[in-house]
Design a protein around this ligand. Structure first.
Ligand code: ATP
Length: 139
């Protein structure tokens, strides 16, 4: 059966390169799913959890911003920030969430509120990514 080559890179590092059966990712217009033999496709990424299936197991990767490109059974994720669930420090994400929640009540300027909302979303999605990986037994 055909598979997909999934590559996730950030400006700092190559996060992973794996042969996988399915990729689901958080586009800015909503979640999208890619199976082998998908037509060429390009999407901007939001903040959320990418997941891929490999040998019957689900794996999770937190991504924040960037682009996804699909071509010739290759899925390239150029993310601003990405962490495999195994790499996520839950305590750090919980502290970031608490800080953002505290700032939310104090934020007065619109820009502060928007920046704080994205920080809160990153923290919430990191916690959820780690928890999904633990539930799937791949973390
Ligand atoms: P924090 O306030 O904890 O720094 P943040 O959302 O502002 O969180 P980012 O700007 O998204 O952090 O990321 C900065 C760097 O820190 C990136 O390299 C990212 O991979 C890493 N990072 C941030 N939070 C975590 C975490 N909870 N676990 C592992 N790496 C993290």
């Amino acid at each position: 059966m055909a598979t997909l080559k999934l590559e996730i890179v950030t400006p700092d590092r190559k996060v992973l390169s794996e042969d996988v059966d399915y990729v689901g990712a958080p586009g800015i217009m909503g979640e999208f799913g890619i199976l082998p033999n998908h037509v060429p496709f390009l999407s901007a990424l939001g903040i959320g959890n990418l997941h891929y299936n490999q040998d019957g197991k689900a794996h999770y990767v937190f991504v924040s911003g960037g682009f996804a490109e699909v071509s010739h059974n290759k899925v390239t994720i150029l993310a601003e920030v990405a962490e495999k669930a195994t790499e996520i420090d839950s305590d750090r994400a919980k502290l970031a969430k608490e800080r953002a929640e505290k700032r939310a009540s104090a934020a007065k300027e619109k820009m502060d509120a928007i920046r704080n909302q994205t920080a809160l979303k990153r923290a919430i999605m990191r916690i959820s990514c780690k928890s999904s990986g633990l539930d799937a037994g791949t973390c």
